[in-house]
Design a protein around this ligand. Structure first.
Ligand code: ZN
Length: 182
């Protein structure tokens, strides 16, 4: 007998509850760097052709720094400044991709893996649309996820504020991580 027609059927008088057993965490990252003339510009680990570049102790990749902070935040592992102090000589001109890899190692050591990230780069110039796919692929490789798990959006500063006046670039990122089943 089909128990859907049985009024006292236990299975259908009790609401079915799907227990979510997978633990997930979300993290947010934000970063700002000043722009300076005749400096190399790297965003998301990709070289960008531009008259100006970002000023910083490391290679100043504002986007990878935001991604790194989002990842560390999701796992409650502090922030990029604690992990890589900007007064430490070994961090001078440091490759930000290396910093992100090391942060990911710490996150993975805690039993987590990345589900997806979504990022925004705030830059008045240059237009980033020609670079977006390369940036998504590269961040995906660094985070060990497919490129379709990496969102990259670009916003101008509408010619106002430090971004709009081309004094700075900013980046924001949210990251979702999940506990790896053992
Ligand atoms: Zn930074």
């Amino acid at each position: 007998m089909d128990c859907r027609h049985h009024i006292f059927c236990h299975r259908h008088t009790q609401p079915r509850r799907r227990r979510i057993t997978r633990a997930v965490r979300i993290g947010i990252g934000h970063d700002t760097h000043r722009l300076g003339p005749a400096l190399p510009l790297k965003l998301g680990g990709v070289d960008i052709a531009h008259s100006h570049g970002l000023v910083g102790h490391s290679d100043a990749d504002v986007l990878l720094h935001a991604v790194t902070d989002a990842l560390l935040g999701a796992a409650a592992l502090g922030d990029i400044g604690e992990m890589f102090p900007d007064n430490a000589p070994e961090n001078r001109n440091r490759d930000s991709a290396d910093m992100l890899r090391r942060a990911l190692e710490r996150v993975k050591a805690g039993g987590w893996r990345v589900v997806n990230v979504d990022c925004i780069v705030f830059a008045q110039l240059p237009k980033l649309s020609p670079y977006k796919d390369a940036i998504r692929r590269h961040i995906g490789e660094l985070l060990e996820v497919p490129a379709d798990c990496v969102g990259v959006k670009a916003k101008t500063g509408e010619h106002v504020g430090p971004v709009g006046r081309q004094e700075a670039m900013m980046a924001e990122c949210v990251a979702l991580i999940e506990k790896v089943d053992d």
